[in-house]
Design a protein around this ligand. Structure first.
Ligand code: M6R
Length: 393
């Protein structure tokens, strides 16, 4: 049922605060919601938090997660984008070298086997043929290899009852509820949340983060649902009106850096799959190595400029685009509105820890894609040539 929403996609975009809330509720140990008291500048000591208990309860065994040396992730489409955010988190929080491969590529060029590797298959439907085949190939070649290469398989899915659930013994259920729109929205956010939880769990097990940082991240995660709500409530109508000017646009460029580079890819994919406008996502720093040649006043550029380590860099990349007369749209935190002289338009999101920013940055991009496609009168929920799950190679 769409209720008052015109399309399932819009309904599912609006379900995201609830999905994130539910996922956090299910997997965060409420014991870690207590208070810490500062004792030294570097480390905070717990008063009511029992740091001997894991902050995250994903139900994953020690056998699966102990002594890991690397992580390899296999996925397609939007799940591949969520996996790129996951790579950033696993490397930065849990100090684990991580590769992310398209499942369709990995099948025909598998990476050399390394011991103590966690293999993660990410698929919301649990039915994507390439992802299933790449995972089962990985399982087979590891079963045939010496003991230290034994398969350690984990699935991240929205459908534990799917074929993935039959294949893989360990699962994280993203609990987003059934998604009907072909464009993945709430299942993407839920996958990214699953990666935050996994990365924090691994960081705690491997002692790669101070407990105070773990708690800070948990507090930040807990704020996300109301921050997403704020974007939906205050920006929806604005983005709808703003989208009208792009109904005849032919090309879009999305730029992001660091943890928000995958969000640039995701913003571009959402736009192209439902509006049929050509869109490219690029790491902002790579623009000058080619795509800058595309820019003129006909090509809008969306730059994701969230406060943090690469903020100034993105702003200066955006200025390069501006100098080529591009129509410049910034996704940035409300608190940095002085950037309005860089951007022609701003899609503001609340200020947030850089590490958590992808979850907020993606929301205006989903709305932008949705409203442009809806305005063009397209079948948003069932775009041409696409199926909800791709069960053929
Ligand atoms: O079910 P999966 O997560 O394995 O699906 C993978 C892709 O087919 C899927 O994400 C596709 O790219 C979406 N239509 C994107 O919105």
């Amino acid at each position: 049922e769409k209720h008052s929403f015109k399309h399932f996609m819009l309904k599912e975009i609006h379900e995201q605060p609830g999905v994130v809330r539910d996922c956090l509720q299910a997997y965060i140990n409420s014991n870690w919601d207590g208070e810490f008291e500062a004792q030294t500048p570097d480390e905070l000591h717990p008063i009511s938090v029992d740091i001997n208990q894991s902050p995250i309860e994903l139900g994953l065994s020690d056998e699966l997660l102990e002594n890991l040396e690397q992580v390899q992730i296999l996925a397609c489409g939007t799940s591949w984008h969520a996996s790129l955010v996951g790579k950033y988190l696993l490397e930065q929080l849990a100090d684990l070298p991580t590769t992310v491969q398209y499942a369709s590529e990995a099948r025909y060029a598998p990476s050399p086997l390394r011991p103590n590797t966690l293999t993660i298959g990410v698929t919301q439907s649990g039915e994507t043929a390439d992802t299933l085949a790449a995972l089962s190939m990985e399982q087979q070649r590891r079963l045939n290899a010496p003991k230290q290469f034994k398969p350690r398989l984990l699935g991240i899915t929205n459908r534990p009852e799917s074929s993935l659930g039959q294949l893989v013994p360990n699962l994280i259920n993203t609990r987003a509820g059934i998604e009907i729109g072909v464009a993945a929205t709430k299942t993407f956010t839920a996958q990214v949340i699953a990666f935050y939880l996994l990365a924090i769990d691994l960081a705690w097990r491997r002692k790669t983060l101070p407990n105070s940082r773990v708690q800070e991240l948990i507090k930040g995660l807990r704020k996300l649902p109301s921050q997403i709500e704020l974007i939906l409530n205050t920006q929806g109508t604005k983005i709808e009106e703003f989208s009208h000017q792009f109904t005849d646009t032919r090309d879009f460029i999305f730029l992001g850096r660091g943890i928000n580079f995958p969000i640039a890819l995701e913003g571009a994919l959402k736009l192209k799959e439902i509006s049929y406008i050509h869109a490219e996502g690029y790491p902002a720093g790579e623009m000058k190595h080619g795509p800058i040649a595309l820019l003129d006043k006909e090509v809008p550029v969306v730059a994701i400029a969230m406060p943090g380590s690469v903020y100034e860099k993105v702003i200066s990349n955006a200025q390069e685009a501006r100098a080529r007369d591009a129509h410049l749209i910034g996704v940035t935190a409300k608190e940095t509105l002085e950037e309005s002289d860089v951007f022609d338009e701003i899609l503001p999101v609340p200020f947030v820890d850089e590490l958590l920013s992808p979850i907020l940055a993606v929301i205006p991009l989903q709305l932008l894609a949705y409203y442009i496609a809806a305005r063009r009168g397209l079948d948003v929920d069932q775009p041409r040539n696409l199926a909800k799950s791709v069960t053929v190679e």
